[in-house]
Write a protein that binds this ligand. Structure first.
Ligand code: TMP
Ligand code: ASP
Length: 254
């Protein structure tokens, strides 16, 4: 059998050419990085968890009519997605001050923001993904003004959905990052949510205890990252609780 073609390898995922034109196989690695890959480790089972969690969230978006790249899960670590022309922006939505906004503005972490804030970083690791104003995005042609309006409104809808789902299982959605891409229908581009939605790219705090259940556990050395993600998956009913610790035996998936 011909070997499939690797299209791209990133920090947490590998993309292979899909089986049908216009599709891509997204493989979730166990690698974790932080601070532009200055800090690295391999977290047993993280890829399996993120594959399932991203599937869960993307399917939820589909149910709400929010277009996204997810087609189907292929196996424990891979999913088939629609190929999209990725807009080179990290679209960040914040509900509560944490991370870079807390630092930049001197706001105490955990302070609720007056309303959800949408911000954009230019996707370039060598520059440290710098925050960019909409003026740059329009001037450099990364997205049109009409696309920007749509990106903001889709990002806020994703925020409403994710906040609600998380609230339902006792978790506060502090912030998250998504990426969007264009797919073409005839000559017309349409925006879809792409990449992944997982605890790698969200801040998730337990509502009762404030315990962190996201990649900050790794960034800040707060404990076992796979355990935190497993807890999120367990609460959402996405996965049995022991899955990360039984990787040696083949298991049936459905
Ligand atoms: P920040 O507070 O570091 O700017 O991050 C805001 C949110 O975006 C947080 O949930 C983590 C996520 N994020 C990524 O997923 N990838 C990135 O490269 C960055 C900078 C943030
Ligand atoms: N910037 C990402 C993060 O800290 C990961 C990385 O850049 O290595 O979430």
């Amino acid at each position: 059998m011909a070997r499939r073609k690797k299209l791209y390898e990133g920090k947490a995922k590998i993309l292979y050419e899909g089986t049908e034109p216009g599709t891509i196989v997204q493989y979730f690695k166990d690698d974790a990085t932080a601070f532009n890959a200055e800090k690295k480790d391999v977290i047993d089972g993280k890829g399996v968890l993120n594959n399932r969690l991203s599937e869960f969230f993307m399917k939820g978006l589909t149910q709400l009519g929010i277009p996204n790249h997810f087609i189907k899960r292929l196996n424990m670590r891979e999913q088939l997605v629609r190929a999209a022309e990725i807009i080179p922006l990290e679209i960040i939505v914040r509900n509560v001050a944490a991370g870079s906004i807390a630092k930049r503005l001197g706001i105490e972490e955990g302070t609720p923001l007056p309303r959800p804030i949408v911000e954009f970083s230019y996707k370039d690791d060598s520059l440290g993904d710098p925050l960019v104003p909409e003026e740059y995005i329009a001037a450099f042609g990364w997205a049109s003004q009409q696309e920007m309006d749509e990106i903001v409104s889709m990002a806020l809808r994703v925020n409403d959905y994710l906040s609600g789902v998380m609230y339902g299982v006792g978790i506060k959605l502090v912030d998250f990052k998504i990426e969007m891409g264009r797919v073409y229908e005839g000559d017309f581009p349409r925006l879809i949510v792409a990449d992944e939605i997982s605890p790698d790219s969200c801040r998730l705090w337990d509502i009762e205890t404030g315990q962190k259940l996201d990649k900050d556990v790794f960034r800040r050395d707060l404990g076992n990252l796979a355990d935190a993600y497993t807890e999120v998956a367990r609460r959402l009913g996405v996965m049995p609780s022991n899955v990360t610790h039984t990787p040696t035996k083949p298991t049936l998936i459905n």
